[in-house]
Design a protein around this ligand. Structure first.
Ligand SMILES: [Zn+2]
Length: 115
C-alpha cells in the first residue's frame, strides 16, 4: 500500500464507472467493492456489492481529476476541498435513499440533490 493517501483512480473508463452518491468520487463498481469509498467509510461499501450499488450511481455527467483538493478552485466549487484526491463526477443525477441521507447527515455531509 502506498503511503500517499489518495483515492483509487478508475482502472477503466467504460460502462462500469459509477460515482459515490455522497462525495461523487468516480471509480469502477469493482473498485468500490474492493476498497469502499475513500471519503465515505461510514457508508460501509467495502466488500458489500449490494451496498455499493445502493450508494453509487451510473447517472453522472462529466468527470474531473482532482489532485490537490485543498487548493483547487474547481474542487472548492464542487465542495470537494476536504476530500481525497481522485476522479470526481461534475454532476450526479440521483435521488439519495432516505437511510443513506440520514447516514450522510450524521457524518456531516450535505445532500446535493438533483432538480
Ligand atoms: Zn464517497
Amino acid at each position: 500500500m502506498s503511503l500517499e493517501y489518495h483515492a483509487d483512480v478508475p482502472r477503466e473508463f467504460g460502462k462500469n464507472l459509477c460515482a459515490c452518491i455522497s462525495c461523487h468520487l468516480v471509480k469502477t463498481l469493482d473498485q468500490f467493492v474492493d476498497g469502499g469509498c475513500e471519503n465515505c467509510g461510514f457508508l460501509g461499501m467495502e466488500g458489500d456489492k449490494d451496498r455499493c450499488l445502493e450508494c453509487t450511481t451510473v447517472s453522472f455527467q462529466g468527470m474531473i481529476s482532482v489532485m490537490d483538493p485543498a487548493s483547487s478552485w474547481c474542487a472548492k466549487w464542487l465542495h470537494l476541498a476536504k476530500m481525497v484526491p481522485g476522479c470526481y463526477a461534475l454532476s450526479v443525477q440521483v435521488e439519495v435513499p432516505p437511510d443513506i441521507k440520514e447516514i450522510m447527515g450524521e457524518n456531516g455531509r450535505r445532500v446535493h440533490e438533483a432538480g
